[in-house]
Design a protein around this ligand. Structure first.
Ligand code: GLU
Length: 509
């Protein structure tokens, strides 16, 4: 790694909610900056006014706040390279576009939308595709064809024009990508991209390159979908006489079956979110789910994303953001697409459930209980959570795993009753009730040893008594260690449930 000050940026266009692939791109930039004591910048690329979506920028900022990914410079934060919103830098770009016209690397084009459309149609009719490129431009309406006087006349007359890059006719463009290695493209296959539009705004390519230069970006780390833009960008740097940053194009996030790019549709179909936060489309009102609202911990979400494309070189999988910062390197980012696995995402959340203290989980679980009308003591909830957290993926699952700690069963699982409530059960549970009523030490260990001793002495079937006991206490054959349950709900409640159970289930003939 060279010694210059690392400066990287995440440069989203606020055209909707941020896909998790975008969050991963930002995460890798963040980690790269932290690892190299560099600077991480958030720049909003909003020059395409037709694609602007209200609320998208706020969404992006909220999403990163939730993930714990912070910026050193950028919108909201400020910094000496600002403004960081391209729409506020409008004035900057035109002069740069003109400079390229002056040094012969770009030209004015006056072709109207109608002219281009009719050309496209004509080509299509012949089963060809029209491309505005080094060959076609020689017979089109532009300053390469028109003489200087005519060009000037048109510019002065106020007719709409664009500025296009003059792609070299036939040149090998050699580039290097940190992840992909050497990339070579012949300029013949590239078109004369518009740099500056007739509405007075730059296109993505011009604004992106100019800003990366002015903001002294050292490394452009972005998604693979931008790889086709790299030759143009490299040529733009060269045309301006600027040193290009280093490039690293990250592998795509793939669908769970590995076939193609992960899309919102895959999420809808298979029931997982592809956005960090919930999003409501301001136009259609359509809602898309988010990891946050689905109950993911931000640490789990970030950990899961970090491993989609990067690996630590061994089989470790659990990393905090701090640990990632120490371990991350672009050398360990793969070339091939990373398959998204929704089950693995849940697994990560489960791992973070297990890592959390019972106190923290109880604090998160209390509001869920309150919603169900249950007011419980935090100490009690902590103990409950400690017993069931290894069975839950999300905080909301804790309820299903622990409802019987808070409310006595009002029904008994009929299948379990049929199988486990035997002819002897009534008398055995009656006896058990007497036994438990006489205990002064109602700790889990003591109950367990007394009950087991009693079962053995009487020669009862261990499984038979314990299943019937569980059925009466829980209402079903689920839950953690039964003696832990009864110790926690306490002697009085245990006896009460045994009483109700005996009454409800009765003597089986
Ligand atoms: N505005 C582009 C985007 O939306 C930025 C691509 C880049 O990082 O160069 O992803």
């Amino acid at each position: 790694m060279n010694q210059k000050n690392v400066r990287v940026r995440f440069a989203p266009s606020p055209t909707g909610p941020l896909h998790i692939g975008g969050v991963r791109t930002a995460l890798y930039n963040y980690l790269f900056a932290r690892k190299n004591n560099g600077t991480f910048i958030l720049r909003i690329e909003d020059t395409d006014q037709t694609r602007f979506v209200a609320g998208a920028e706020k969404y992006i900022l909220d999403a990163f706040r939730w993930c714990g990914i912070s910026f050193d410079e950028g919108v909201e934060k400020g910094g000496k390279y600002g403004p960081y919103r391209q729409s506020e830098r409008k004035e900057i770009y035109k002069d740069y576009a003109r400079k390229l016209v002056e040094n012969g690397r770009a030209y004015y084009a006056f072709d109207t939308a109608e002219e281009l459309t009719s050309l496209r149609r004509r080509y299509e009719a012949d089963k060809n595709t029209f491309v505005y490129n080094a060959f076609e431009r020689k017979r089109l309406n532009n300053s390469l064809v028109l003489d200087e006087e005519e060009t000037q006349r048109r510019l002065n007359s106020g007719v709409p024009y664009v500025i296009r890059f003059k792609m070299p006719e036939d040149e090998l463009i050699r580039m290097e990508d940190i992840i992909r290695g050497d990339v070579v493209v012949n300029s013949r296959v590239l078109d004369d991209k518009i740099l500056f539009k007739s509405d007075g705004m730059p296109t993505y390519h011009l604004a992106n390159v100019v800003d990366d230069h002015l903001m002294e970006i050292t490394h452009v780390i972005r998604g693979e979908e931008w790889l086709p833009s790299m030759p143009l960008h490299v040529l733009l740097y060269e045309a301006f006489g600027w040193k290009a940053p280093e490039f690293a194009h990250l592998p795509l996030l793939l669908k769970p079956d590995g076939k193609g790019k992960l899309s919102k549709r895959d999420g809808d179909k298979m029931g997982f979110p592809v956005f960090p936060l919930e999003w409501t489309d301001p136009k259609t009102g359509e809602k898309s789910r988010g990891y946050k609202e689905d109950g993911y911990f931000p640490e789990a979400f970030v950990n899961m994303l970090a491993l989609l494309g990067w690996n630590p070189g061994d089989d470790r999988e659990l990393f905090s953001l701090d640990e990632l910062t120490k371990e991350f390197s672009l050398d360990r980012v793969g070339k091939s697409g990373a398959r998204f696995d929704p089950e693995k995402a849940k697994w990560f959340n489960h791992q973070y459930m297990l890592k959390k203290s019972n106190h923290e989980l109880a604090t998160l679980f209390l509001p869920v209980l309150n919603e169900k009308g249950i007011m419980a003591d935090i100490d009690f909830v902590e103990q409950v959570v400690g017993l069931v957290k290894d069975r839950a993926y999300f905080v909301r699952d804790l309820w299903l795993q622990s409802d019987f700690f808070f409310v006595a069963p009002d029904t008994f699982d009929p299948k379990a009753v049929k199988k486990r409530w035997k002819a002897e059960s009534y008398d055995q549970i009656m006896e058990l009730k007497e036994l438990l009523a006489g205990l002064t030490d109602f700790s889990s260990e003591n109950i367990e040893s007394v009950v087991k001793q009693w079962i053995n002495e009487k020669g009862y079937g261990m499984g038979m008594v314990m299943n019937a006991f569980r059925l009466v206490i829980v209402g079903a054959l689920k839950g953690p260690h039964l003696f832990d349950i009864v110790a926690l709900i306490g002697q009085e409640e245990t006896l009460r449930r045994l009483e109700i159970g005996l009454h409800e289930l009765g003597r089986k003939e």
